[in-house]
Design a protein. Structure first.
Length: 256
């Protein structure tokens, strides 16, 4: 992987709603992640729907490690960080995980937005981060989107067909604004198209699952403070409002 121009990718996301980074994961990293997935998918406790696997970070710390890579931080911090979050150094992430999963689907998915709420604001609060574990093309059910729809005050017009196809090779990284109108084209082949998907969001947006209580202690203990914060452990609503009046907490609240 060549040296990444982080500012360039930040500006692409702001202007076009998405960016693609080629060869982000090395062959070694890809192999390691795929081997971990093979073990997970054969466990009885694994949460699956079809070929999709949910909550990857609950099974192995590697799935938190990879989304917390420094190069990803340098792109997401300018986009998602709260500038008034004073209890954590602003050069570090204060955004959190919304959801993690493996997607392996072949069918058409119509245009939608993952932010749930459309907005024309220059500020985004949620981003989709996709690690391609297999090649994805318009013949293999790649992500589709409508350019420049990430700053509209309306829900998707599903009659629109002027798709941009986010094709890529295994190891590529795709990041897009969760407000953008996107979906998936229908596969013409039956080859694997697995993608490791994260929804990442500003700290004050409610997580889609109760990851604080779902995360096994054995995984928690292996994570850095930065990674624990990313999973939401520094912004837990207090049970006693006499002791804590702000949920923008720092690393000092983290306990093994």
């Amino acid at each position: 992987m060549k040296k990444i121009n982080h500012k360039l990718h930040v500006n692409k996301i702001k202007k076009n709603g998405y960016t693609i980074i080629k060869n982000f994961l090395s062959i070694t990293e890809l192999s390691l992640i795929k081997n971990k997935i093979k073990k997970i998918e054969n466990q009885k406790s694994t949460v699956k729907t079809g070929n999709n696997i949910w909550h990857l970070h609950n099974y192995d710390e590697i799935f938190t490690n990879v989304i917390c890579k420094k190069d990803i931080q340098k792109i997401l911090i300018p986009l998602l960080n709260d500038p008034f979050y004073k209890n954590i150094n602003l050069n570090l992430p204060n955004y959190i995980l919304g959801e993690s999963m493996i997607i392996d689907e072949k069918g058409f998915m119509n245009l939608h937005l993952d932010s749930y709420i459309p907005s024309s604001s220059s500020k985004l609060y949620m981003a989709n981060v996709l690690f391609l574990l297999d090649d994805r093309s318009r013949d293999n059910a790649c992500t589709i989107l409508i350019k420049n729809t990430h700053r509209k005050d309306s829900y998707p017009d599903r009659n629109k067909k002027n798709y941009t196809y986010l094709e890529g090779k295994k190891g590529d990284l795709i990041i897009y604004d969760s407000r953008i109108w996107h979906g998936r084209c229908e596969a013409k082949t039956n080859t694997s198209n697995r993608t490791l998907v994260y929804i990442v969001q500003s700290w004050f947006i409610k997580q889609r699952f109760d990851y604080i209580h779902l995360l096994p202690k054995k995984i928690f203990k292996k994570l850095s403070n930065l990674e624990k914060q990313f999973l939401g452990f520094c912004s837990i609503p207090p049970k006693d409002n006499k002791k804590i009046i702000s949920i923008r907490q720092g690393y000092e609240v983290l306990k093994n």
